[in-house]
Design a protein around this ligand. Sequence first.
Ligand SMILES: *Cc1c(COP(=O)(O)O)cnc(C)c1O
Length: 380
Amino acid sequence: MRLAKRVFLSPPHCTTLEMDYVRDAIESNWIAPAGPHLRQFEEEICACAGMSSACALSSGTAGVHLALKALGVGRGDLVFCSDLTFAGSVNPVFYEGAQAVLIDSAPYSCNLDPSALALALEDAASRRKLPKALIAVDLYGHPADWNTILPLCQSYNVPVIEDAAEALGAFAGGKACGSFGAIGVFSFNGNKIITSSGGGMVVSNDAALIKKINFWANQSKENAPYYLHNEIGYNYRMSNICAAIGRAQLASLDTRIARRKQIFEAYKAAFADLPVRMLEPVAHTAPNHWLSVMLLESDAPRTAAQVVQSLEADNIEARRAWNPMHCQPVFAHCGYICAQERSMSEDFFAHGICLPSGSGMTDGEQNEVISRVRALCATK
Ligand SMILES: *Cc1c(COP(=O)(O)O)cnc(C)c1O
């Protein structure tokens, strides 16, 4: 039976604090891309990510763009990117006229495969054209294999951008996601673990890089008593009202993560006897469980597309896993490096389904999802 009330994949989840903070922003007349909530949001995200400087921006994509620019990426440069991700982490490479080389996922996780990265770096070194940067993603809130990725990049002197858009509040080896690269990027889009209605932030321990990013995001306005521009700029600023919403959401980050973890555990327990498995945390990591991802085994009776379509008919929003970047027509010309005998990111796309995971979902709603998935995936 079709549910009367739609169950969304990861909708915004409000507390009572958002209205108070927005009211404060409006009553104090800071209705502008400047103001006290912005500065405080930056400080609070720094504390959360264990980094010393931050710049709030209009989106995570703007963050990736200016992070690339801050690392000197320009026309004709190469940038290595995670292949299995959202387009927002790869599009900005092309804004700067650079070329992306896509790196496959690891067989044991959804994240970048360090063996494929090693092959790609070796190959690039032999051609004497190393990448100007690596963008590696913490997909679905699962930390990438930083213990292996960072020393590899260090040995070739390649700086790292951590796309932590989906991973606010996740940890690996006790260190926060967002803090592993030279620059970390967060997104506060409406479907993320916290939202500012739309927005992003870059974090770094290099205050000079953040200062430069802030300058470009503000139309490259020079510090002069009249309008002076020596460089092309962008209007990538976040509004103080959006920052107020983001701060209110951030105050309950821990309970949001706890709830998403509970949702993940409930799916796992409910599907234990089905020909499916849940995407599990890798050892020594504490993901934020942004989305619970179910992987169909080869003997599952339906395809991922059929499961998603049937759930949709019941008014339940599930989504296929990300379609790899090397399969996108717009990126088909990019290099793509695999270390396994077949593409792991294509495998993941073929079998992965993101299930409703919002921290505001009730047990009753999750039970409806569970009973329908069980009916679709049971072999007898
Ligand atoms: C959401 C997302 C982005 C883009 O963030 P926006 O704020 O939507 O621009 C980039 N990378 C990944 C992995 C994302 O999930």
